[in-house]
Design a binder for this molecule. Sequence first.
Ligand SMILES: Nc1ncnc2c1ncn2[C@@H]1O[C@H](COP(=O)(O)OP(=O)(O)OP(=O)(O)O)[C@@H](O)[C@H]1O
Length: 351
Amino acid sequence: MEALSRPAARHEVDGLGARSMAAIEVRGLRKVYGEVTAVDGIDLTVEQGEVVALLGPNGAGKTTTVEVLEGYRPRDGGTVSVLGHDPGTGGRAFREHIGVVLQDAGFEDSFTPRELLRLHAGYYPHPRPVAEVISLTGLDEKADARVRTLSGGQRRRLDLALGIVGDPDVIFLDEPTTGFDPSARRRAWGLVESLRDLGATILLTTHYLDEAEHLADRVVVIDHGRVVAQGTPDELSAAAGAATVISFRLPTGLEADDLPALGLDRRVAGSVVEVRTETPTADVAELAAWALGRGDELEALTLTRPSLEDVYLDLVGEAGDGEPRNGEFGNGEPGGAAGAAGAAARGRAAS
Ligand SMILES: Nc1ncnc2c1ncn2[C@@H]1O[C@H](COP(=O)(O)OP(=O)(O)OP(=O)(O)O)[C@@H](O)[C@H]1O
């Protein structure tokens, strides 16, 4: 992954004033499409230089939220500030400082990526060099091909290229790596990390939990138009009460009943024991002391932390229907789950 060539130089933004102001501040955001309440009172703060991932099942309201923040959709309630501007009325001064990667941006497909990037760069006061952006997004081979000849993943790279060519302060990435092959994905991650290192604020939506875990300082889980949990992946695990699992093989000749009392509960499958615990350090120490005292080696001893995927599925339910998988994790902070919003077909016409 090539490094970005230009030094960090965030721009002064009209109206932003004190640099301590959050880059994005949303309070009580609401958006209704006819009968469907797509966004039902979302509060969201993204600090300058922070990378935040919006997660949630299909139809949760992520894209609608991001489109309101980008100024592409009017809202029905709440207050929104992006770099000190109301996106609905920010105009050019606002647009010059944001970069947008939409889910399905339409291209004029008789142009080439280089032509489109040059055109787009012209809208910004301090664009990145087009050749650099082409190289960063891995479009070198296709830079002068007609867009209509690009594959789906290559078009997505062009989306990304168009989103960063203006060297924006705030970048909105709506499912930025959907359709990427694994190496293109890694490259895109590297690019996002470089942009963050240069001080950009990034709000991304994704369905790839490993992507959120890898890139985001903080994740915000949305369901039925509401925030059901937010925090770092570690904080989410803690808030959800997700336990760590200690797993090992029972020493030959022993039964599970021979073990010391450990953890919240334990499961035995054949000779493998799994202990769920909220105090892994103490329990591992006790288990190790017990085994050492007997002169036993605990084979296949592992400690597994709950992944973001485990926590996410507990929050939104495996069916993505807003029903938690079990009773424990339903009340993520803040807000609690569930309003009513169908996951019907969606269009992109502003309404
Ligand atoms: N233009 C529209 N007209 C009517 N309903 C819409 C429109 N756009 C979105 N919706 C509805 O609003 C709700 C939220 O949709 P949104 O696209 O914001 O969700 P999402 O979380 O981005 O979903 P996905 O993960 O599938 O992209 C859904 O019920 C959707 O059907």
